[in-house]
Structures are given as C-alpha cells and as structure tokens.
Design a protein around this ligand. Structure first.
Ligand code: ATP
Ligand code: DNN
Ligand code: MG
Length: 205
C-alpha cells in the first residue's frame, strides 16, 4: 500500500501527533504537502522532533499565515496547483497529513477531500473524544466517502468516551483503530509506547 492520509474533524485536534505515531509505527515517510503557518513549529518539524530519524519530505507549499490554505496562499500571492501535489515516488509507505479538516479549501476550486481523492489513498480520520465529536466525525466520514476516499478507520484522541466512540463506529460503519490518550509529557518514547499499546495498525498495512 502507498500509505495513508491523515485527515480529521478539525484543526488542532492531534493529526500531527497521530501522523507522527503512524510514521514511526509503519516505518513510513511523512509528508505535509501544504503547511499554512510558519511562525510556530511546523508540522514537519513536530514530526522530526517526535520521531527521531524519520524520513520527511519537504512541503510543496509553505504559506506564512496560520489560516485556511486558500487564504494563506492568496496572502502570499501563490496559487496552489493540484498538479504539483502528486504523491512523490518514495520507497515504502507515505503518511500524508492534510491541513485542518476534510473540507478545508486549498484553492478556489480545491478542497482537502478533493486532493485526497486525487492522491488515491485511504484516509484515517482523527477525532477528539469530547462532546460534539459524534456529528463532526460522522460528517467527515460522509464527506470523504462522497468524494471516493476510502476510510481505513478512526483514531480517537483524548479521554475514553465509549458512548461517542461506539456511536461513531455504528452510524459511520467504520473501524475503531484505537484511542491515543493525552500524553504529558509528549515526547518520542511516550508517543511510540502509547501507539504500540493503543493503536491497531492491521487495517493500514
Ligand atoms: N495525544 C496527545 N497528547 C498530548 N498532546 C497532544 C496530543 N495530541 C495533540 N496534542 C497537542 O495538541 C496540539 C494540537 O495537536 P496537533 O498539532 O497534532 O493538531 P493538528 O490536528 O495536526 O492541527 P493542524 O490542523 O494545524 O495540522 C499540539 O500542541 C499537540 O502537541
Ligand atoms: C492554521 C492551522 N494550524 C492549519 N494549518 C489550517 C487550518 C485551516 C482551517 C480552516 C477552517 O476550517 O476554517
Ligand atoms: Mg497538524
């Protein structure tokens, strides 16, 4: 398999942390094609910190402003061209992280989910366990599937919320790949161990 897309229900929910865990566990290469926001640690830098020695491809677009990529691109005077976002040819699987949620615009005629469909890889949906997640996660699953993106499963982040997790599995007809607890401190070995203990990789190999 070519790898997996890491999408999610929102921005700031733990996609990069999950993508780092997957990169380490699968021995994959990490790729964030479009990074919006360069002032703080970028997602690629976070993965480099959380998975020492990981192979990380350079971003195709590095946009300065921490906002929706279509607007960050406009501010920088850049036009995001989907043709430049083809999956690079690398040995082994690639973990591709989207920006924000699945319906984030990358350009006036390109949503994240359209890009994922173009890449032709299955997606993992990262979801919080907090109140509100059932609807956000079910909507994300519908949007991805409507565009032809197969969903390998959902990875939850946070405290256990068994009712929400099971509602998502049932109504979304989706695999529950595990739940990553909040890690404090969050470091390379804590992430590796928590992934090994909590996340099922069988659907991703
Ligand atoms: N399991 C976790 N344990 C501890 N901290 C976490 C965990 N998951 C996420 N975080 C922290 O929460 C913040 C947001 O997470 P993260 O950067 O992974 O979000 P994201 O979904 O990738 O956002 P973006 O849309 O910007 O890519 C970060 O500071 C991250 O370190
Ligand atoms: C800036 C942030 N960390 C991400 N890079 C981009 C998130 C875009 C979200 C757009 C939206 O859904 O309103
Ligand atoms: Mg991220």
């Amino acid at each position: 398999m070519k790898g997996v897309i890491v999408s999610g229900t929102d921005t700031g929910i733990g996609k990069t942390v999950v993508a780092a865990g997957l990169t380490g566990a699968l021995g994959a290469t990490y790729w964030k094609p479009v990074q919006s926001g360069l002032e703080d640690e970028t997602d690629s830098e976070a993965v480099a910190r959380l998975v020492p020695g990981a192979r990380i491809l350079p971003e195709v677009y590095r946009l300065v402003t921490p906002c929706s990529p279509h607007e960050a691109a406009r501010i920088d005077g850049v036009e995001i061209d989907v043709e430049k976002l083809r999956l690079p040819d690398v040995d082994g699987p690639v973990v591709v992280e989207g920006a924000g949620g699945a319906m984030v615009p990358y350009a006036d005629d390109l949503l994240a989910a359209d890009l994922f469909a173009d890449l032709g890889m299955p997606a993992v949906v990262v979801a919080r366990t907090m109140l509100g997640t059932i609807s956000h996660t079910l909507m994300t699953l519908e949007v991805l599937r409507a565009r032809g993106v197969p969903v390998a499963g959902v990875i939850f982040v946070g405290e256990a919320e068994l009712v929400a997790e099971s509602a998502i599995q049932r109504f979304g007809a989706v695999a529950h790949l595990g739940r990553l607890p909040h890690l404090d401190p969050l470091g390379a070995s804590a992430l590796r161990d928590a992934f090994a203990a909590n996340i099922r990789l069988d659907a991703l190999r």
